[in-house]
Design a protein around this ligand. Structure first.
Ligand code: FE2
Length: 199
């Protein structure tokens, strides 16, 4: 099954700045994603994107929401239409005249699957957070205290254990960090500190 998008341009520049309201985005999430675990993953990535936009990029609230929205909807079609993964949500957001930067970030969140390379900082951070967020969540589930008291050395150890969360592609994570120009440990620490806040 190929998920290659075979396109390089997404959305329309005249729609720059157009977003869904939080209510509309959450409605889309609820309508499309019935799997609670996947919903939580998307909310976690959304929270990380928002926090990073605010704290590391110094972006205003409108831009923070654009980053958050990309995170919130990046896997929206995975639950019900895995064979159309990425294509379906992109076309939905294009039909709703959404900001092309948000659509592009979603299109490039798996360059090895969709064939679209992350270019903007929003693109790169979405790719960087996606898999590592999942690995960190898996680690939280095996700790009685969840995220509380989680340490960097713990997640580094799990990262090196290939059998732990074996479906998480470590090479892809390293690739994502290199593309984003951020240190793996810095992102791990950021996720440890912020991911537990997402509900
Ligand atoms: Fe994801």
């Amino acid at each position: 099954m190929s998920l290659q998008l075979n396109r390089s341009s997404f959305g329309d520049q005249k729609n720059a700045g157009n977003v869904l309201t939080k209510k509309e985005a959450n409605q889309l999430l609820d309508d499309w994603v019935k799997n609670g675990r996947l919903q939580l993953h998307m909310k976690q990535v959304a929270h990380l994107m928002k926090c990073w936009a605010a704290e590391k990029e110094g972006l205003n609230e409108a831009d923070q929401w654009r980053w958050e929205m990309a995170g919130l909807l990046h896997d929206a079609d995975w639950d019900q239409w895995p064979e159309l993964h990425c294509k379906k949500i992109i076309e939905e957001l294009e039909a709703r005249n959404i900001d092309p930067e948000i659509i592009r970030a979603i299109a490039s969140h798996g360059p090895n699957h969709f064939g679209v390379h992350p270019e903007t900082k929003m693109d790169k951070m979405l790719f960087a957070f996606d898999e590592l967020s999942g690995l960190t969540h898996a680690y939280s589930l095996m700790r009685p205290e969840g995220y509380a008291g989680m340490e960097l050395k713990g997640i580094k150890k799990r990262f090196k254990e290939k059998a732990f969360a074996a479906n998480v592609n470590r090479e892809e994570i390293i690739d994502a960090m290199n593309r984003a120009g951020v240190e793996l440990e810095a992102i791990m620490q950021f996720i440890i500190e912020r991911q537990g806040e997402a509900k």
